[in-house]
Ligand binder design. Structure first.
Ligand code: C2E
Ligand code: CA
Ligand code: CA
Length: 687
């Protein structure tokens, strides 16, 4: 922009200079031409005076005596001069034809005039003598000037004007000093026309020449400026691009991050930042050679560019580290979908000169403003997430704001969980009974995951489930849980104990596009009646992405599996969202149940939730019931099912039989009839 301005300025200034130069050239050369014309005329006049006048005896005599030329001599002289007759005027060469001659003696007295009076026969009306030139001529110098001669010819109305050259020539008559002056008047119009024509031609040549010169000059400058501009742009571009892959480098990524962050602050969008590196890239480089390493990086870059949206920026940060900037994201969940897509880039092997190479990656995701306030923090958080993913071999990890996530122990834990998934024995299911409040009989079970760490002992699910959720591990973990629960439930059913079992699903499980297929395949594999299954989804999981969650829940319901909303009450699900979900059960969050009796407003809150559940045709379940008082109030409020330590903690399968037997024995023989319907689940016989 600035450079183009400079070029334009140069064009204007140089054009101006050319115009000034052109005008000066035309002016100088035209005055030169004019002088030349006058000089040539003067020379003709001088020759004429020498040849014609200085040879004339009558004139010689008149000049010598200082008396006027007698009239008869004058007539003779005029005739001799070729004036005042029909003969054409004496040709005088370069100066044009002769119009008139006047002669003065040394005292400036006119002694001869071939054109006496204005408007004479021949029309010459040069008029009065020019004192200055007369004096010059008397001093021995020829003085000439072009005069515009205006005359009105006899019988004509219009006045006629022509240019005449009036030359004052000193007359020497053999002496050293001039003895008089002769003024020779020549018709100058032809010469003047010729001079004007020459000037016109010259001006044309000058203008064309200068114009051409200017064009050449401007073209050169413009081309040079263009080349410079291109080179500058190329340099700037190269400073922002990675030479190997052609991807934006860290600097450009930072610039775009800043822009995206500003837009996010303005529009309220989220900005996702994905960081990834190629696992064991150094080994690839060392064993296969740098050219293949480079090839791998180029291929990774190309694949990454293919899977992201146009608005996203794929950058290479150096080495085997890449970044993807995801501007204008609606939510963390949306950004995660894209992060998964980035991860999927590595699912197909890379072809390095015919060598098929399987490489893995670790993908970290952090989102502004969910995980960081500014881009520096965002970069750091994404880095932490990537580190987390690498340590856990988890594929994709989302940054978790929960404190000590990047502490080594947590990373070790992730690695251990990964290993636990591959091993048998460390992970197992515990089951907690749900009791029908009307009958006091067990109406179903909730399956809860337990991890027995070989060194650390039992690790609570509240510690490791969030860790798995932040990484890709939750998918495998849930599959593992379903495998164990489905197998167990099917086994019980085969034994005649048809106990419905609830499995907890994480929010991220609902985002797996093939979850229903996995579930369907497991159902078929274990020949399990879907009626015996329920999925518990937390309210917050539904809120995170209601559309996608609703879609998956519909698919799961279509398989014949019921869905329960877990931890209901602490989120802010809207009524319309709940109504649109294919739900069967609503589980009141433990915090409300625990404080049911002690909180002043506790009972009315729980009553409202129970009524809401019934209005929607859902079964109301209270979890975390630890004492009889709460049970009594829950019964009064019309709650259908309860679950809690009052009946039993979650127990391993081995202990479940005894627990079920005890609950069946404690159940009142004749249950009080309730207003509300109870769940249709059959009551298991005590094992
Ligand atoms: P949740 O789904 O709300 O599970 C109920 C939790 O409340 C269980 O904790 C259970 O032991 C506890 N609980 C039951 N009755 C009482 C009671 O009377 N008093 C008190 N104080 N607590 C009671 P747990 O087993 O530690 O599980 C914690 C959370 O971990 C679960 O909350 C669930 O969100 C998650 N979780 C457990 N297993 C799985 C799983 O297989 N998959 C998934 N995605 N999440 C799981
Ligand atoms: Ca649950
Ligand atoms: Ca719960």
């Amino acid at each position: 922009m600035r450079r183009f301005g400079l070029t334009r300025t140069f064009a204007l200034v140089s054009l101006l200079a050319m115009v000034v130069l052109g005008v000066a050239l035309v002016w100088a050369s035209s005055s030169l031409l004019r002088d030349q014309g006058i000089k040539a005329g003067s020379r003709s006049a001088e020759t004429y005076v020498r040849l014609a006048l200085e040879e004339d005896d009558a004139l010689k005599k008149a000049v010598a005596t200082g008396t006027s030329v007698p009239e008869d001599t004058a007539i003779h002289l005029r005739e001799q001069l070729g004036l005042g007759s029909d003969r054409p005027p004496l040709a005088t060469g370069n100066g044009g034809s002769l119009i008139g001659v006047r002669v003065w003696d040394p005292d400036s007295n006119p002694i001869f005039d071939s054109t006496p009076g204005q408007g004479s026969d021949d029309g010459a009306a040069v008029g009065f003598s020019d004192g200055a030139r007369l004096d010059l001529a008397l001093a021995g110098e020829t003085a000439a000037d072009v005069i515009l001669d205006v005359s009105t010819a006899q019988g004509e109305q219009r006045s006629v004007s022509r240019s005449v050259l009036d030359v004052y020539v000193p007359v020497f008559l053999g002496a050293n000093q001039p003895v008089g002056v002769a003024s020779v008047t020549l018709d100058y119009s032809d010469t003047e026309a010729a001079v004007a024509e020459a000037i016109r031609l010259l001006a044309l040549v000058i203008v064309a020449g200068l114009g051409l010169l200017w064009l050449l000059l401007f073209r050169t400058v413009w081309r040079t400026s263009k080349t410079l501009r291109y080179q500058a742009a190329e340099t700037a571009r190269l400073a922002l691009l990675d030479p190997l892959t052609g991807l934006p480098n860290r600097r450009l990524l930072n610039e775009r991050l800043e822009r995206a962050a500003a837009a996010s602050a303005r529009d309220g969008d989220a900005v996702g930042l994905v960081l990834l590196d190629v696992d064991r890239f150094k080994e690839v480089n060392d064993t296969l050679g740098h050219p293949r390493g480079d090839k791998l990086l180029i291929e990774v870059a190309a694949r990454l560019r293919e899977v992201v949206r146009d608005a996203d920026t794929v950058a290479r940060l150096g080495g085997d580290e890449f970044a993807v900037l995801l501007p204008a994201m609606a939510s963390v969940a949306d950004a995660e979908v894209l992060a998964q897509r980035v991860y999927s880039v590595f699912s197909t092997p890379f072809n390095l000169d015919g060598l098929l190479l399987h490489v893995e990656t670790s993908v970290g995701l952090a989102v502004l403003p969910d995980h960081a306030d500014d881009i520096t923090a965002l970069l750091q958080r994404a880095d932490v997430a990537m580190y987390t993913a690498k340590a856990a071999k988890a594929g994709v990890a989302i940054y978790s704001p929960s404190g000590d996530e990047h502490s080594p122990s947590r990373l070790v834990l992730l690695g251990d969980l990964r290993r636990a998934l591959d091993n048998d024995g460390e992970l197992s299911m515990h089951y907690q009974p749900k009791v029908d409040l009307r009958t006091g009989q067990v109406s179903g079970l909730e399956a809860l995951l337990r991890w027995q760490h070989p060194l650390r002992g039992a690790i609570p699910p509240t510690d490791f489930i969030p860790l798995a959720e932040q990484t890709g591990l939750i998918k495998d973990l849930t599959a593992r849980v379903m495998g164990m629960v489905f197998a167990q439930t099917a086994e019980w059913a085969r034994d005649g104990q048809r106990l419905p079992v609830a499995v907890n699903l994480s929010a991220r499980n609902l985002l797996e596009p093939d979850l229903d297929l996995v579930v369907g395949a497991l159902l078929a594999m274990h020949e399990l009646d879907p009626e015996l299954l329920e999925f518990e989804i937390t309210e917050s999981a539904i809120i995170e992405d209601p559309v996608r969650a609703g879609g998956m829940l519909t698919k799961l319901t279509a398989l014949g599996i019921g869905v329960a909303v877990d931890d209901f009450g602490i989120g802010s699900t809207s009524m319309s969202q709940l109504r649109s979900m294919p739900l069967r059960t609503l589980k009141i969050d433990r915090s409300f149940v625990t404080h049911l009796v002690t909180d002043p407003g506790g009972a009315s809150l729980v009553r409202a939730i129970i009524e809401l559940a019934h209005d929607f045709g859902l079964i109301a379940v209270a979890e975390g019931v630890e004492d009889v008082e709460v049970t009594t109030v829950l019964r009064e409020l019309g709650c259908d099912v309860a679950q809690g330590y009052l009946w039993s903690k979650p127990v391993p399968v081995a202990d479940l039989g005894a627990v079920l037997a005890r609950i069946a024995a404690e159940a009142p023989p004749l249950p009080k009839p309730r207003r509300r319907r109870a769940p249709a689940a059959p009551v298991p016989s005590a094992g």
